[in-house]
Design a protein around this ligand. Structure first.
Ligand code: SF4
Ligand code: SF4
Length: 304
């Protein structure tokens, strides 16, 4: 999967230069993430808050948190050093839409200073319906929603709580609100022609069988790609919130699930679960060249 042969031509035109969506493009185009979003509005049992949000990113190294102005300056510094840099994503370390002022101010500054850079965003989806208009306003053309269930009975074992309308909500009620908001947000993106990709974390014994149903639910609402990622539970990555002792899937289990969803829609198999501050071509990470200290010393023409 991941080539023009199995994609709608109109969608292919939009994603062919995007390193995450085209197997081919990921050798030629670079992407970067900036970590401007520290807060989160839900708790996932697989979260490891010492590291970056598992929405998009592999536990590994704590990302450096940036202000919107620092982030925009970093993007321009990287773009002038790595000419293949075509895509800027905001994916954490918490939820970008739980930090809307920081996230949208970053997009605003980049859109003004470097309008050719494509913007993308990943979210757990709880706040998504409230921000679809704002997302459209900044020409964000790709949104990733992490959807791990469409059944609150299963969801209660993945999400201990959400923070919603100024209160903490737990149990089945929390999962019911979350799934409604995620699916409504997906429908709203589809209505506006904004590409939506779905990430799911495969948790053996919790949602592994159920992800086939998730695949059907997101396909019928217009998602263009489904990326099923393994739970990463290796002890060297530190403790996760509420799933300690839970194993991740084997490579064979992951492949079997991806195969059973294929035919339903495009599956994405080359996502690298990059860090929230990843920089460079996929499979390479040049973030160490672009720490805040180094960027602030660089001569980049930029007025915030
Ligand atoms: Fe952690 Fe889940 Fe929030 Fe991501 S969405 S930061 S995994 S609690
Ligand atoms: Fe692309 Fe996946 Fe990395 Fe995001 S986490 S930049 S989708 S490869």
């Amino acid at each position: 999967s991941g080539g023009p042969e199995d994609m709608d031509p109109a969608i292919w035109e939009k994603v062919k230069n995007h390193p995450c969506y085209s197997e081919e493009a990921h050798h030629h185009y670079a992407r970067m993430h900036v970590a401007v979003a520290p807060a989160c509005n839900i708790q996932c049992n697989y979260c490891n808050r010492k590291y970056d949000c598992a929405n998009e990113s592999r536990p590994g190294v704590v990302s450096e948190k940036l202000t919107p102005t620092q982030a925009a300056k970093k993007v321009l510094a990287v773009a002038s050093t790595i000419p293949q840099m075509t895509v800027l994503g905001i994916a954490g370390p918490g939820d970008p839409l739980a930090n809307p002022a920081k996230t949208f101010e970053t997009f605003r500054q980049i859109m003004e200073a470097a309008p050719d850079i494509k913007l993308c965003l990943s979210t757990n989806g709880l706040a998504l319906p409230d921000y679809v208009d704002e997302i459209a306003k900044y020409n964000v053309d790709h949104v990733t929603i992490t959807i791990n269930m469409v059944d609150p009975e299963i969801g209660q074992h993945i999400y201990p709580w959400i923070f919603w309308e100024h209160k903490r909500i737990t149990g089945i009620e929390a999962a019911r609100i979350l799934t409604e908001r995620q699916l409504r947000g997906l429908e709203m993106l589809t209505e506006r022609g904004i590409l939506a990709k779905i990430n799911s974390v495969m948790i053996p014994g919790v949602n592994d069988q159920h992800l086939v149903e998730v695949n059907r639910a997101v396909k019928s609402r217009g998602a263009f790609l489904h990326n099923i990622m393994p739970l990463i539970s290796a002890p060297e990555h530190g403790t996760v919130f509420g799933l300690n002792g839970q194993r991740g899937p084997t490579a064979q289990e992951l492949k079997a699930l991806q195969d059973s969803c294929e035919g339903e829609m495009n599956m994405m198999r080359h996502c690298r679960q990059c860090r929230a501050d990843a920089v460079g071509l996929l499979g390479e990470d040049r973030s160490a060249e672009f720490t805040t200290d180094k960027i602030m010393e660089m001569e980049v023409e930029y007025d915030a």
